[in-house]
Design a binder for this molecule. Structure first.
Ligand code: PLP
Length: 419
């Protein structure tokens, strides 16, 4: 950091500012957590200098002995952690992992059945704005209007009607457990591959806080930077018979040289994720999300599906007559980072929405527990309801920001000498 301060004070200032933001405000973005200093050290290393197209022992460049060790360790650790038959740790991101998974399983024009974006699916699950919707023929399943949980009858009906090549489950803003066994059954009925996009919850799987999709899926994709607390990146787990297809779909089909610094950092994260401390964190993350959702319900925000089984909750704000966009802005002004999110069958535009999404991996990494979740729910309630555009509203936001600052001060995510 000293070198950066000397050579590029502008970027050094950004790093200092971001550390202050992460330490000084509440992070409730469901897809974020805090990577350990060990993960960050591997990420900021000279492994970034190395080209290593190919796989360990079969590279297209010389000088790969050290990075081969890093990648082999990452693969070995992930294989053990997830009890997977084969692992590819090279995808640069969750979206790259999905691109490679589709490339391994389907041809352009094939039908892909996945959860619709407004119901919690991801852009890579068939959005027209994404390659997945442009290159494949996407069919979307939804949640049932009454339970707001996946409508498995509709999934089966759509599968029988459209005969997809790939069925995708796993979502961006779905708070409940997914019945992977039932998805497997439906996929088998129509001869489809089952692709589980575990980007959001693979960290909870690693920590044994939710059931694993690995025994049921043909392919599981994931990100390493969300609840898993690794570097930004992706990964793919698959059955042995698909190993070659997956590896070729990652490189050379979808990517060039792997990011060896990120792969080393993934290895560090997989090792950490196998510890009892990580299992404690993963299980506490889910307990915290349940308490936070229940607390927000008491503040007049309706948890979609009635609650959560995972690290996140989606709250419908209709009863408070405020949009997700305005709630996000008010919370940001009080030092609380969360995001607007559509609720099922949302009448508002995606840029506005009727809901917000909250997640607990970051605050749980900081050591916060149930008492803090109740306090956060109370804070969010006050900010969202009363943080209106008026002198009294400004006062509410100022007071809340001061309480947030006091609270996060007691739970620093990093030792104070880390910048
Ligand atoms: N899949 C799901 C379900 C996600 O929620 C996300 C990101 O939020 C992704 C894939 C894409 O991951 P990335 O942002 O690393 O490309």
């Amino acid at each position: 950091f000293t070198a950066l301060e000397r050579d590029d004070p502008e970027i050094a200032a950004v790093l200092v500012g971001e550390v202050a933001r992460q330490r000084g405000t509440l992070q409730l973005i469901a897809s974020e957590s805090f990577a350990s200093p060990a993960v960050l050290a591997a990420l900021g290393s000279t492994l970034s200098n190395k080209y290593a197209e190919g796989y360990p022992g079969q590279r297209y460049y010389g000088g790969c002995a050290q990075v081969d060790r890093a990648e082999s360790l990452a693969v070995e650790r992930a294989t053990g952690l997830f009890a997977a038959e084969h692992v590819n740790v090279q995808p640069h991101s969750g979206a790259s992992a999905n691109l490679a998974a589709y490339a391994a399983l389907a041809e352009p024009g094939d039908v892909v059945l996945a959860m619709g974006l407004p119901h919690g699916g991801h852009l890579t699950h068939g959005s027209r704005a994404n390659f997945s919707g442009r290159w494949f023929h996407p069919i979307a399943y939804r949640v049932a209007p009454d339970t707001e949980e996946i409508d498995y009858d509709e999934v089966r009906d759509l599968a029988l009607a459209h005969r997809p090549k790939v069925i995708v489950c796993g979502a961006t803003s779905y708070p409940r457990l997914i019945d992977f066994a039932l998805f497997r059954e439906i996929a088998d009925e129509v001869g489809a591959y089952l692709l589980v996009d575990a980007a959001h919850f693979i960290g909870l799987v690693a920590g044994r806080a939710v059931p694993s999709p690995v025994p049921h899926a043909d392919v599981v994709t994931g990100t390493t930077h969300k609840a898993l607390r690794g570097p930004r990146g992706g990964m793919i787990l698959c059955r042995a018979e698909l190993a070659q297809r997956i590896d070729k779909a990652v490189f050379p089909f979808a990517q060039g040289g792997p990011m060896m610094h990120a792969i080393a950092a993934k290895a560090v994260a997989f090792r950490e994720a196998g510890t009892p401390a990580f299992r404690g964190y993963a299980n506490q993350t889910v307990r915290n999300a349940r308490v936070l959702a229940a607390g927000l319900a008491c503040e007049g925000m309706r948890p979609v599906t009635g609650g959560t089984d995972t690290h996140l909750a989606v709250l419908d704000l209709s009863e408070l007559s405020i949009t997700g966009r305005d709630a996000e802005t008010r919370c940001a002004r009080a030092g609380i980072a969360l995001n607007k999110n559509p609720v099922p069958y949302d009448p508002e535009r995606p840029a506005v929405t009727s809901g917000v999404r909250v997640g607990t991996p970051s605050v749980t990494s900081q050591g916060m527990r149930e008492d803090e979740m109740r306090r956060i729910a109370d804070l969010i309630g006050r900010v969202v309801r009363d943080g209106v555009d008026s002198p009294a509203g400004e006062e509410v936001l100022r007071e809340a920001a001061a309480e947030v600052a006091e609270m996060v001060c007691a739970f620093p995510p990093y030792p104070l000498d880390t910048e």
